[in-house]
Each structure stands twice: as structure tokens, then as C-alpha cells.
Design a protein around this ligand. Structure first.
Ligand SMILES: [Zn+2]
Length: 154
């Protein structure tokens, strides 16, 4: 029997790095929409900081209605500013594991400066939380320690 590979487009997260150059025209103006994070993300940010073993920089995380089935997006500007937006409808249906995965993923872009890393394990789980698709609930249970290792300890 052939196994079909199911691509979960609806669960896909592609936190795209968008490089704005607005600061060239307004060098003293902060290009971000928000100054602080929505409290809904506090626990997930704290969890990331615990695993990271340091505090994240000034990166506000807030909800927006994202297009193209994105779950989250990290914006970085050449001025050094960064901001994260999480799709509200995705968040409302995500499990705790998936919420953790998307926040870690976007902070991986915005705080750690990482790009996507799409290698897979033999069991069908991603090798990294920086996979372009949000890590599935079961895979977070199976491999969370490995994901932390891959993200922070290499
Ligand atoms: Zn991404």
C-alpha cells in the first residue's frame, strides 16, 4: 500500500521574514504597530525565555488576521526593530502544544535570526521547530526535548 503524504496546508505556518526599509525615510520612527505584547502570549514567551535561558529583546507579539493561511509572521526591519503577529483564528483552534510551537517558531525567526529548516525524522515529525509547518501536537509530545536541544543548545 502506498501511503499518501498529507500536507496540512491549513495548519501551515510560514513566518516570513519581511525586510522593510521604511527607516531610510523615517530613521527616528519606530515602524512597529504595537509597543507591547498581548498578555495572551505571556506564558509562551516566559516558557521560551526559560528554555533560552535569557530574556528576549523588545519584540511585541500581537494578534492579527493573517492572509495566505499563515499562522504567524515575524517582521524584521533593517533598523533592528522586530515584531510578531499571530493569526487570531489559528490561535483560537490551536492546542497548547501548537501554541507553544508557533511562538517558539516565530521567536526563532525574530529573536534567534533563524530561517526555516525543513528536514524530517523517519517517524514523520519535523527535525526542528523551524520547520515551515507548525509542529503537530503528537510530535511536540514525542520530541519536545529534542526541539529545545536543536533550537538552543547547538
Ligand atoms: Zn517561519
Amino acid at each position: 500500500m502506498l501511503r499518501k503524504i498529507i500536507i496540512l496546508l491549513l495548519l501551515s505556518s510560514c513566518g516570513k521574514n519581511i525586510f522593510h526599509k521604511d527607516h531610510i525615510h523615517n530613521p527616528s520612527k519606530d515602524p512597529r504597530k504595537n509597543a507591547i505584547s498581548d498578555p495572551a502570549f505571556d506564558n509562551y514567551i516566559a516558557s521560551f525565555e526559560f528554555d533560552y535561558d535569557r530574556e528576549i529583546g523588545d519584540i511585541p507579539i500581537n494578534f492579527n488576521d493573517l492572509k495566505d493561511q499563515k499562522a504567524g509572521v515575524c517582521y524584521t526591519w533593517s533598523s533592528g526593530h522586530a515584531e510578531i503577529e499571530i493569526d487570531r483564528s489559528y490561535w483560537d483552534t490551536a492546542t497548547e502544544n501548537e501554541k507553544t510551537a508557533i511562538i517558539y517558531h516565530e521567536l526563532g525567526h525574530c529573536e534567534l535570526g533563524r530561517g526555516h529548516f525543513d528536514a524530517m525524522r523517519k517517524d514523520g515529525c519535523a527535525l526542528s521547530i523551524m520547520n515551515w509547518i507548525v509542529i503537530r501536537d503528537k510530535c511536540m509530545d514525542l520530541h519536545f526535548d529534542d526541539y529545545i536541544e536543536e533550537m538552543f543548545r547547538q
